[in-house]
Design a protein around this ligand. Structure first.
Ligand code: NIG
Ligand code: FE
Length: 407
């Protein structure tokens, strides 16, 4: 039996295990710790001195080991480039005005429409390999740049095809059903929304292409009644929900998300007290996206109020070509700490255990016996060093299900 077991010892094993957490140590860290891996799972975690002496141990030295990072909000399956629009924005152009003029999401829609499935898959796989180097072992990936059924299905099939590749991070596929109105549908908005709900959603179900359904709800995007119609139908098909809410304006998206039992509401720069109360009641996760608000030069969401209400905080990259042109979840953690007054512990829990929970993945995000052997050996001496704004990967080894996906 012990032949198939592998033990690693390190200066610090940060378990993120709720059962080990205390008020003074919310991450449940073990100093001079060890983990034992077997058959793709964690068989044991504890103090090195309590390790079975019969087991051969790899001593990793003065480093920190954490669960694999989980990025709960990305748009990684895109094509093209939005560098021109970025330059316009930096010169004072406004994101929503650019979108109205046919830039933004719609310009990525054109590039995705032109890409073959093979091209799109190659782009996504290359990005997944890069995020693995950054310590990410699971990634939520949204569609939402296809907009028209054939392209949306193409994007979703590409995403779903990467869901379980042994040498890549795991992928949780999300159908971002209402993201922007394609120019072809401008004359008939209601008809477009109806076709997405009545025709595209059943196709996505039939082909089993997504776990989650999402919609971009905002003053200049889709409205509450449109989100409700989509969300109710999606729930009736057995999809779970995560929703883009309050990126620019509070139109009641948090209340709707709570009403529909969404697993997460994402962005929340604009959310009022009633929305926060509804999230608390429903136990909905708040997904903070500090790279997007940094790029758009926006004020942070009301993090102190969300924390005080007991809303679980998740931090994600929002990786996309427009508002978060980076793939780095560690950068999102650094910005959450720097700009959102999120503590390093909150940031790390929000990219491990709570990110996993927001994605319905209860076997990941912690280093405890029985969980998947998804872990990162950081070339860093302490978990607080992870949330500094490194410009380069600081991982030495990244395992998913016990298999090296980087390092
Ligand atoms: O999460 N807000 C809408 N969706 C993306 C932006 C997508 C884009 O600009 O391409 C976001 O920030
Ligand atoms: Fe997004």
């Amino acid at each position: 039996m012990s032949g198939t077991r592998k033990a690693f010892a390190a200066y610090r094993i940060v378990t993120c295990d709720e059962a080990r957490a205390t008020a003074g140590d919310p991450l449940g860290a073990i100093s001079e710790g060890a983990v034992v891996l077997e058959a793709g799972k964690i068989a044991w975690a504890g103090r090195r001195q309590e390790l079975d002496p019969a087991l051969p141990v790899t001593d990793l030295g003065n480093v920190v080991v954490t669960p694999g990072l989980i990025d709960a909000h990305t748009h990684l399956a895109w094509a093209g480039s939005r560098h021109g629009e970025y330059a316009v924005r930096m010169a004072g152009g406004d994101y929503e005005a650019i979108a109205k003029a046919g830039g933004g999401i719609v310009s990525t829609f054109r590039a995705v429409a032109d890409a073959t499935p093979e091209q799109l898959r190659a782009l996504l796989v290359a990005r997944l390999r890069r995020v693995a180097q950054l310590g990410v072992t699971t990634c939520e990936v949204k569609s939402g740049y296809g907009l028209l059924p054939e392209h949306e299905l193409k994007q979703l099939r590409v995403i779903a095809s990467c869901a379980n590749e042994a040498d890549l991070p795991g992928v949780v596929p999300t159908f971002l059903a209402l993201h922007a109105l394609p120019p072809e549908a401008r004359a008939d908005r209601a008809g477009y929304v109806r076709r997405v709900i009545d025709e595209l959603l059943p196709r996505v179900k039939e082909e089993n292409l997504a776990t989650y359904v999402d919609a971009y709800l905002d003053a200049n995007a889709f409205q509450i009644d449109e989100g409700r119609a989509l969300g109710e139908r999606a729930r009736s098909f057995g999809f779970q929900l995560r929703l883009h809410v309050g990126q620019f304006a509070d139109i009641g998206g948090a209340e709707l998300a709570a009403e529909l039992g969404a697993h997460s509401v994402d962005h929340l720069e604009a959310v009022g007290d009633a929305g926060i109360a509804a999230l608390r009641e429903a136990g909905t996760h708040a997904v903070l996206l500090p790279i997007a608000s940094f790029t758009l030069k926006q004020a942070p969401p009301p993090v102190a109020k969300l924390r005080a209400a007991g809303v679980p905080l998740v931090v994600a990259s929002d990786a996309n070509p427009g508002t978060a042109p980076t793939e780095s979840l560690p950068l999102a953690l650094a910005l959450a700490v720097r700009n959102y007054d999120v503590t390093p512990e909150e940031a790390l829990l929000g990219a491990t255990r709570l990110a996993a929970r927001s994605l319905g993945l209860n076997d990941r995000g912690t280093l405890r016996a029985g969980a998947a052997a998804d872990l990162v050996v950081w070339d860093l001496p302490h978990e607080h060093a992870i949330v500094q704004p490194w410009g380069t990967p600081r991982t030495r080894l990244v395992l998913r299900n016990g298999v090296a996906i980087s390092g």
